[in-house]
Design a protein around this ligand. Structure first.
Ligand code: NAD
Length: 245
């Protein structure tokens, strides 16, 4: 299997895209740190992995807290001896604000999770990979809104564009060490994050449907695997043709 002997950590892994990625890494042989701010949901996903014979640990990580993210990465090393793949996936939605009325608190909250959270994940994964000389892979979950924009989503769009820039800068620094950093950029994916938006956004997709968490997980796992060894500093759409239109 692609991830036999490897260790993957996924943030926001209690639901949606993160859960699908955690399940797939485990199914392909990785030991997985299933982390989420919601420990109950992370515990459920980890139990599902254990039930099918995989190795997983659940833990509570608020990605807006640097010490939480540092502890997640250190736990990977303490529990499984190494960290090969870090998936910075945790995020919140934010499509209901106007640029002239968005409150500072709403902007800060979104940035602290969707951008600071990815920064902490990249920083601490790079820290342990560097020390252990692991030629690892860091996969950051951006969005189509990391490349194009959406009205009433100024903070979300800014954070997801920020993730793309952070990814490129980190990739340049880490490339000589064999550590790769990339983003996935999904269009609208059927998860609790977009509850209530499905009908409005479906026609925006040339594929005439929304994506599934499994379709994003497939791309995350490709970027996490050694077969993507020459892929770094890049952003990959998984969008049913959304941006091509
Ligand atoms: P989801 O709501 O199903 O899952 C997100 C998970 O993140 C939840 O389990 C939640 O508890 C967790 N979380 C929230 N705040 C957290 C925090 N501070 N620390 C740690 N965990 C936290 O959503 P999803 O659709 O699977 O989203 C995953 C990622 O994909 C997000 O970054 C999102 O922006 C991105 N994304 C989603 C879509 C979509 O249409 N669903 C499209 C593009 C990008």
């Amino acid at each position: 299997a692609r991830f036999t002997g490897k260790v993957a950590a996924v943030t926001g892994a209690g639901s949606g895209i993160g859960a699908a990625a955690a399940l797939r890494f485990a199914a392909e042989g990785a030991a997985v740190l299933v982390s989420d701010i919601n420990l109950a949901s992370a515990t459920q996903v980890a139990a599902e992995i254990s039930k099918s014979g995989g190795r997983a640990v659940a833990l509570r990580t608020d990605v807006a807290s640097e010490s939480d993210v540092a502890a997640l990465v250190d736990r990977a090393v303490a529990e499984f001896g190494r960290l090969d793949v870090m998936v910075n996936n945790a995020g919140i939605g934010g499509l209901e604000t106007s640029v002239d009325t968005i409150e500072d608190a709403a902007w800060r909250k979104l940035m602290s999770i969707n951008l600071d959270g990815v920064f902490y994940g990249v920083k601490h994964a790079a820290r342990v990979m560097k020390v252990a000389k692991v030629r690892g892979s860091i996969v950051n979950v951006s969005s189509i809104l990391g490349l194009v924009a959406f009205e009433h989503a100024v903070a979300y769009t800014a954070a997801k564009h920020g993730v793309v820039g952070l990814t490129k800068a980190a990739a340049l620094e880490l490339a000589p060490l064999g550590i790769r950093v990339n983003t996935v950029n999904p269009a609208f994916i059927k998860t609790p994050l977009i509850a209530g938006l499905e009908e409005a956004v479906l026609p925006l997709h040339p594929a005439a449907r929304l994506g599934t968490p499994e379709e994003v997980a497939a791309l995350i796992c490709f970027l996490g695997a050694d077969e993507a060894s020459f892929v770094t500093g890049a952003s990959y759409l998984v969008d049913g043709g959304y941006v091509a239109k």
